[in-house]
Design a protein around this ligand. Sequence first.
Ligand code: ADE
Length: 441
Amino acid sequence: MDYDIKDINLAEKGRLRIEWAEMGMPVLRRIRERFQGEKPLKGLRLSACLHVTTETASLLKTLKAGGADVVVCASNPLSTQDDVAAALVADHEIPVYAIKGEDHRAYYSHILSALKHRPNLTMDDGADLVSSIHFIALEKTDDLDESIRGWAQGLSPGERSAVLGEVRGGTEETTTGVIRLRSMERDGVLQFPIISVNDADTKHLFDNRYGTGQSTIDGIIRATNRLLAGSTFVVSGYGWCGRGVAMRARGHGAHVIICEVDPLRALEAVMDGYPVMPISKAAPLGDFFCTLTGDMNVIGLQHFLEMKDGAIICNSGHFDVELDLPGLRESSTSRRVIRDFVEEFTLTNGKRIYLLGEGRLVNLAAAEGHPSSVMDMSFANQALSAEFMAREGAHLEKKVYPVPREIDREIARLKLESMGVEIDTLTPEQEKYLSSWELGT
Ligand code: ADE
C-alpha cells in the first residue's frame, strides 16, 4: 500500500486517541453501523482532502465501512495529527498522504497522490482537491503548483479528461471552500455537482460557532498560556466562526472588539453588545487579534506598526492569507521562535509582535481542532451527503447543492436522541393550523 506519513510507529497512540474521540461521535457511529450492512458506497473510489485528525479518522472508517475505496491527503500543512495518520494506515489500511509541518511542495504532491486515485467522489475542506482537478481538466496547468504541474502536463488529452470523467460529485466542508466553488459555478467552470456541507444547519450553527469558538481559544491558550481575562481581544469577521470566538473570549473575561465589513453583521455585533470599529482603530487597542473572515490582508503592515508592543496575532480562517505575513516578515529586523507555535517579530519601530501557528488555522495548528461531539454532526453530514451523491450524483447538474433538508433534520434528531433530550411533537390540530391560511384567529 502506498502512503506518505511521518512515522508508522505512532499508530498505537493514534489508535487510542481515535477511540477517545469516537466516544463523542454517536451519530456517526449509528451511520457506520447502517453503512456496514447496506454498503451504499460500494465500488466507489473516494479521495478526501481533510484535516487528518481523530475525528476525520472516524469519518474515514465510516466511509470505508460503507464500501468506499478511500484515500486521504491533508487539507492544511499544519493540521495533521501524525499518530492518527499512522493508525489509519496500520489499522485501517487507508492510504494517507499527510505529515504535520509539510512544506508547500509536499502538500501539493500529497494532493496529487489523492488525485491519482481517480476518485468517483471527492470530499474537500477548502476545495484544494476539486480546484486541482479543474485546473488539470480545463488545461489551466499554469495555475497548478509545480509539484503537480509536471504530472498534469505529461497526461494525454484523453488521460486528462479521464481525471474528471470518473468523478460523479463531491462534498465540501467549509465556508471558504463553498465560496470558491460557488464562484466556479458562477463562472460556468464547475464540472460536477458538489454538496455544500457547510450550509447545513447541523454544520455551521454548531461546528463553526461552538467548535471554532472553543478550539480557537484552546489553540491561543495552548500556544501562549496567557490570561484572557481583562485583556482586549479583537475579532475580525463576525460570521458564525467569529461569533463563536467572540462569545468564548468574552466568556473568559476579555474585552472583545469586533471588526466587520458587512453592515448587517456589524449591526448584529453592536446589538450583541460589542464595540465595533475599523481595524485601523482597533489596532492600537488589542492584546490579541484573531482573523476569521475568509479574505486576504485583513490585518496589514500599517496595522502591525500601530499595535502595542507584545501584541499577539493569529488566524482561524481557512487559509493563511488573512494576516499580511509577507509584509510582517519584510518589515521585521529580527525574528525567532520563542516557544512552540509562537514566533516573535521585531518591527522597524522596535515593537514586538507574536504570530501564532505561522498564521495558519490556530485551532488546528496549536490545538486539536474542534471537539469530537461537534464534528459528529459535521461528519454525519459528510457521510450522508456522500451517500446521497453516490445515489443521485449522475442526475444532478454541475452546481453547488445544499444538504437535503431531511438529512439535516435527521442528524439533529439523532444528536438529540444520543443526548437523551426529548422534544414535543405537533398535535394534528397544530399541524392543521400551521398549514391552513384560513385559520387566523
Ligand atoms: N476542522 C475543525 N476541527 C476539525 C477536526 N477536529 N477534525 C477535522 N476537521 C476539523
